[in-house]
Ligand binder design. Sequence first.
Ligand code: ADP
Ligand code: MG
Length: 240
Amino acid sequence: MIEVNKLNKYFGDLHVLKDIDFEVQEKEVVVLIGASGSGKSTLLRCLNFLEMKNSGEIFLWGDEVNPKKENLNQVRQKIGMVFQHFNLFPHKTVLENVIEAPTQVKKVAKSEAINEGNELLEKVGLGDKTDVYPSKLSGGQKQRVAIARSLAMKPEIMLFDEPTSALDPELVGEVLQTMKDLAHEGMTMVVVTHEMGFAREVADRVVYMHDGKIVESGAPNDIFENPREERTQAFLSSIL
Ligand code: ADP
Ligand code: MG
């Protein structure tokens, strides 16, 4: 679904992604780990064209995406993204947040969007919160609304950038559970997280980044039990 070849990204003089080769198969769950500043968010943002690469190739569904020629909004519709901070519309109810993009961007009929929105909110365990305003929700509930909102666009790939990092510890589990459910339904996912329990349990593959490069990638067991690279070992012992 995603293939990246020799991706390079600079911010001014700062070389942030260095010859990244990366791929994600359909229904695969890839967990990206690495220290702060290693380039994880930038890689996700390049996949979604929120950042533009300097060089290299990005293929989605087998076709190279040319940002100059293609309608990037259409590309982005197929790739949902959930961030650390949820950015819900505060003046809209939970359900209104979820139906906003389908009705405004995709021009889905409101009644249909409402039906689908209710179903999605049911699925993330918030069927009883549809008419509530975000200020009345906990952080974990807000993040689950953000996930439902993203799913409302019917993406084929979901990108998660540290979705639980801003949450109080007791709220992390409910968001991880929602993500696990999604993985078990066969969603293709790339997840940046420091939750190694989630990585062990859900990831098909763990990718370790350091200083703009992919140092090592493999099955969770291999990465966690037998990392080949010294840097991976050092990183894992610093967080476990
Ligand atoms: P991570 O998500 O792994 O913490 P990031 O991708 O956010 O890493 O950042 C990688 C590097 O790029 C860091 O040195 C960061 O300061 C820098 N960086 C990220 N975004 C920008 C930006 N918009 N402008 C300048 N530098 C940036
Ligand atoms: Mg980041």
